[in-house]
Design a protein around this ligand. Structure first.
Ligand SMILES: [Zn+2]
Length: 418
């Protein structure tokens, strides 16, 4: 940063009007050790879904030290930091919760004692996705230091409960906090590629009733298990019929659970149900998916089967319950989107090669942002998604400075400064 003495003798920051990608790259690299330090602080602070209070405090402190223009924590417990006060609004999002480590004996080291080895930072959440959280916040610092933004209010959201119910946090930000971004950049891991969509999903329950009677004379009753079994076989056929999409791939449906009840183990079952994991491709909606399952039940001869979408109603760490249906719509950003073009240009500028533009295999908060609300979204994040939710999770250190540089260069690009 250039500094000049004003006529009053005090030092005033004089941000350069035209910055180069080289300056962004250089500064991101200089900051790399400190980004590793911040990410290590986040990893050390356990934050499973609905238990994110402590990590939110760590992020708040970092935002305060950087000098964010506004920092607040909403009713669901999301942290919202803003830099800039331009008329246009964009957001960067990273969820702050992680999944549990699982069987600790399968880890080579303590997942909550991060360390650098072989050019990687090791620990739970380094990839999914505290690496994205640390780098977007340090990008804010770089954007401020180099004066890369004057047209935008830029929100950096550290969001909660994503691992349990993707997009719920953003339903809250959009519906209750009235955040109105024209674009949201997702910082979930992409192995430093640019991703512009993923399949959606939903959880569906199918239930049938039977009529119980003594197990010694089953002909007197009507066994609910035989009914649900016939429906289950129709679900298998439905999966074969589902359509594909050239970019997102094929929709799928599978059965993840069967449950039944009867008055005793010597009685005909009076109730049975199956739980469906449905992945939705482009063009498939909640309505179309439900209609297909009702049709499958009818093909089995049971058009009276009850078919419905499950609800999520867990409490956040703040105590807030914000119920939603377990429907996470498909989304994809148009491949000709000007935002995508700016992202590719910024990428080439600071990372020196053309990015692979692809899609996530898993689901992200953009099910609410883009899937429900139609707000343009794309993502780039440090770390390879194959290590998400896996033991010995580790993120390459060079991805960290790379992501900081990319986010800053993208903002500079939107501001016409690179
Ligand atoms: Zn994630």
């Amino acid at each position: 940063m250039e500094t000049t003495l004003t006529n009053k003798g005090t030092i005033k920051n004089q941000p350069p009007t035209k910055t180069t990608c080289a300056a962004i790259q250089k500064r991101a690299k200089e900051m790399e050790a400190d980004t590793v330090r911040f990410l290590s602080d986040l990893v050390r602070t356990q934050s499973f879904s609905s238990k994110e209070k402590d990590v939110i405090a760590v992020i708040k402190k970092e935002m305060e030290n950087i000098g964010f223009d506004e920092i607040r924590i909403d009713g669901l417990g999301n942290i919202i930091g803003r830099i800039g006060a331009g008329k246009r609004v964009i957001a960067f999002d990273g969820h702050v919760d992680t999944v549990y480590p699982g069987d600790l004996s399968q880890w080579d080291s303590d997942p909550f004692k991060p360390f650098v080895k072989d050019g990687k930072l090791w620990g739970r959440g380094t990839v999914d996705q505290k690496g994205g959280v640390a780098t977007m916040i340090h990008a804010a610092r770089l954007i401020k230091e180099l004066g890369l933004n004057d047209q935008f209010a830029i929100y950096f959201t550290g969001t909660v409960m994503e691992e349990d119910c993707d997009g719920l946090c953003w339903q809250y930000l959009l519906n209750e906090e009235k955040l109105k971004p024209e674009l949201v950049v997702i910082t979930e891991p992409t192995n430093m590629n640019i991703y512009r969509g993923h399949r959606g999903r939903m959880e569906i329950r199918v239930e049938v009733k039977g009529r119980s009677c003594h197990g010694s004379a089953p002909e007197r009753g009507d066994n609910a298990i035989y009914k649900i079994a016939r429906i289950a076989l129709e679900i298998e056929k439905l999966n074969e019929r589902l359509k594909g999409d050239p970019f997102l791939g094929k929709g799928t449906v599978t059965i993840s659970e069967v449950k039944s009840s009867s008055p005793s183990l010597c009685a005909v079952a009076d109730e049975a149900g199956i739980h469906l994991d449905r992945r939705l491709t482009y063009g498939e909606t909640k309505e179309s998916a439900i209609a297909e399952v009702k049709d499958a039940a009818a093909r089995a001869g049971y058009s009276d089967a009850k078919v419905y979408v499950l609800k999520y109603e867990e409490a956040a760490y703040t105590g807030k319950v914000y119920p939603t249906e377990k429907y996470y719509p498909t989304w994809a950003l148009d491949e000709n989107s000007p935002y995508l073009k700016s992202a590719v240009d910024a990428y080439v500028g600071v990372l020196g090669k053309r990015p692979l533009v692809d899609k996530w295999t898993f689901s992200t908060n953009s099910v609410a942002i883009a899937g429900m609300k139609g707000i343009p979204s794309f993502g780039l994040g440090p770390g390879n998604e194959v290590y998400a939710h896996a033991v010995n999770e580790a993120c390459p250190v060079e991805h960290l400075s790379g992501a900081v540089a990319f986010y800053a260069a993208f903002v500079a690009k939107l501001n016409g400064k690179v």
